[in-house]
Ligand binder design. Structure first.
Ligand code: HEM
Length: 471
């Protein structure tokens, strides 16, 4: 290692590397412990894949700003199953083109800090927020519910409108099927982790079954997309302004007619993978963050009351709007603090090196998986005093304003940072503020509040119920 100037790291077994010692339920904890021992940049083998783990926010930023670090890790999931299509798994020219297209489309649809469609997007979200509030109120003065299904329907409903231009009722069969598939798929991707690193596991019957489920699920959703795309194509004939992702893609494809990119980047295969990526990347992450947020509010009733007081002082009885965001510093801070204390992607979304590159003086070879270890960064006691405590005031400056410390990277940083961060901020703010304004939220069993998560592709709260008491 010294001769090749690789980062330090633990001893690895042949073939399986460090996988034998990785806690399968909480791999982020094993990796965090190693970072305390070997430092903020260390290397190890996960199966056959050489991996560099970075647990320093500055180093993540510097690294992920380099073109050579903008690839995806050489995993079976990204390269074998998704075949490099879509956005999350794409690389090179395809990634650059589609990233720009997705970024511009989100802005044009109103998911941006400024612009005329911001209010349109806000109203689209608020419609579903209000529907959720009415639904919970109809369940009784003190509704005891698992927030998972409620939030998934209404968050998903906004996302369906933005991505597909479709709005399904709560009990629609296609919508239920899509949600179940998404949940099962996410679970299996988590379980299929070792498949990514140990190619020979793919030949075991159990693994074959998992891979078949993922591939069949993908094919079935793509079939469904085809029908929705045809409907949207018809609607576009009215000549109205583009109002969702499908229409934006069709319009962009038309613009590219006669150029190389028409077939290369705007083909059906890419289209379907891209739709699945936007849907999956936005629903899972915002849903999980909101679930954690409500659970933490229920477990910290005094903090919840302080946030409600600020809402009342600033808004009175008016519903929240995005204009109010900067004045509601405690609300913003309490959301950020939950994103810190329960990173929804605790090991981060890994990158892959497209070329040899330098990270903090070490030389990292081409084809390395680079892990931005969010958990270690967000729970580092040298940066965050008493990191295990929920303290929204960490994100409030001397003037009482919300601020983001450099070591806070739930959306990661650099050239490949989450493209939907603004949309996520809108979702979390509008759903969070409205629910606190309308309900007193508490835990069903106050003596048994479990704030530990289950780790698949995301870190999710364990199944739980909350009490929503009407205010
Ligand atoms: C709280 C909510 C969210 C969190 C915590 C989150 C987090 C992340 C992270 C950590 C990445 C990896 C960035 C990297 O590779 O460096 C990512 C990528 C991505 N996110 Fe999000 N995200 C959220 C919401 C959304 C939403 C609402 C959208 C909707 C458009 C979205 C779309 C994407 C896409 C398409 C990528 C892939 C970008 C690329 O590979 O270039 N995300 N997200």
């Amino acid at each position: 290692q010294k001769n090749r100037n690789l980062p330090p790291g633990p001893w690895n077994l042949p073939v399986i590397g460090y996988l034998a010692w990785l806690d399968p339920k909480s791999p982020y904890l094993t990796l965090t412990n190693l970072s305390r021992r070997y430092g903020p940049i260390y290397g190890l083998y996960l199966g056959s894949i050489y991996t560099v783990v970075v647990s320093d926010a500055k180093a993540v930023k510097k690294t992920f700003n380099k073109d050579a670090a903008c690839g995806r890790a050489p995993l079976h999931l990204t390269h074998g199953i998704m075949k490099g299509y879509g956005l999350i798994c794409a690389e090179g020219e395809l990634w650059k083109d589609q990233r720009k297209f997705v970024h511009n489309t989100l802005r044009a649809l109103g998911a941006s800090r400024v612009g005329q469609n911001r209010e349109k997007m806000q109203n689209l979200i608020l419609d579903d927020v209000q529907e959720l509030v009415q639904y919970i109120k109809a369940l009784g003065d003190k509704a005891v519910v698992d927030p998972l299904e409620l939030l998934r329907h209404n968050l998903g409903s906004v996302i369906n409108k933005v991505v597909f231009g479709v709005s399904w009722p709560r009990d629609d069969e296609t919508w239920k099927w899509l949600q179940d598939l998404q949940e099962e798929g996410t679970k299996l991707i988590g379980i299929a982790g070792p498949l990514n690193f140990l190619p020979f596991l793919r030949f075991l019957p159990k693994s074959k079954q998992t891979i078949r489920f993922l591939i069949e699920g993908k094919q079935k959703t793509h079939e469904m997309y085809k029908k929705i795309i045809d409907e949207q194509r018809e609607l576009m004939k009215n000549g109205d302004e583009v109002s969702n992702f499908i229409q934006a893609f069709l319009a962009e494809k038309e613009k590219r007619r006669g150029t190389d990119s028409y077939n290369k980047f705007y083909n059906d295969e890419q289209f379907h993978h891209l739709l699945a990526d936007i849907f999956g990347a936005s629903l899972d992450t915002t849903l999980t963050t909101l679930r954690w947020y409500l659970l933490y509010l229920a477990a910290h009733e005094a903090i919840q009351q302080k946030i409600r007081q600020q809402l009342c002082d600033i808004l009175g009885d008016n519903p929240p709007t995005l204009e109010d965001m900067s004045a509601l510093s405690l609300l913003e801070a309490s959301i950020a603090e939950v994103q810190r204390i329960r990173s929804v992607v605790p090991v981060g979304i890994p990158h892959g090196s497209l070329d040899q590159l330098e990270i903090a003086g070490y030389v990292v070879p081409k084809g390395t998986m680079i892990v931005p270890l969010q958990w270690a960064i967000h729970m580092n006691p040298e940066i965050w005093e008493e990191p295990d405590l929920y303290k929204p005031e960490r994100f409030i400056d001397d003037q009482g304003k919300f601020f983001k410390p450099e070591s806070f990277i739930p959306f990661q940083t650099g050239k490949r940072m989450c493209v939907g961060d603004e949309l996520a901020r809108m979702f979390l703010f509008l759903f969070g503020a409205t629910l606190i304004q309308n309900f007193y939220i508490s835990c069903e069993d106050k003596n048994n509040i479990d704030l530990n998560g289950d780790c698949g592709i995301t870190l999710t709260p364990k199944p739980h119920k909350l009490v929503f008491a009407k205010l």
